[in-house]
Write a protein that binds this ligand. Sequence first.
Ligand code: HEC
Length: 150
Amino acid sequence: MSSWLKRAALAAAAVTLVGAVGLEASMAQGDPIAQRKALMKSNGDAMKAIKAVVDAKGPTAPVVPEAAKIASNLKSAAAHFPAGSDTGDTKASPDIWKNLDEFKKLDESSTAAAMKLEASAKKGDAAVVAADFGELGKSCGACHQKYRLK
Ligand code: HEC
């Protein structure tokens, strides 16, 4: 590797590290509303990346890390809805805390849909990936419809 390339690679690694530390820091600050919005925004970005692959009908490999990211985001999402976090700069419906079990179930089934998409993306059949992407999208919508205010 030329020294220029080495420096470029080091710089890129440093940026990634700073990004990760920044996210950790905002998590540590304990603002659950900001945390869950950041997780959800990451879901939205990942869905956009997956949609581009689906529209192009593959290859499906780039979907694998995006679906894995969504699954991981959703797994930790429920922890960022503590009681009382329905006031402030949030669109979370107060109904979440009336039906917390159902909310968590919707979160789990959306997580499962993301894991299913991750698995089909690994196998590489673009038609199956498109179908699983559709199911995942529906699972996001199922929760938003009930528990995210307009
Ligand atoms: C179990 C419920 C649930 C599931 C499942 C869910 N969401 Fe959300 N989502 C919410 C709630 C509640 C909010 C509002 C959070 C707030 O404003 O505090 C939200 C907000 C968002 C936002 C707006 C974030 C912002 O910047 O304000 C995006 C984008 C989003 N979700 C994308 C997704 C995607 C994509 C999926 C599926 C892969 C998904 N969500 C799955 C409940 C869910």
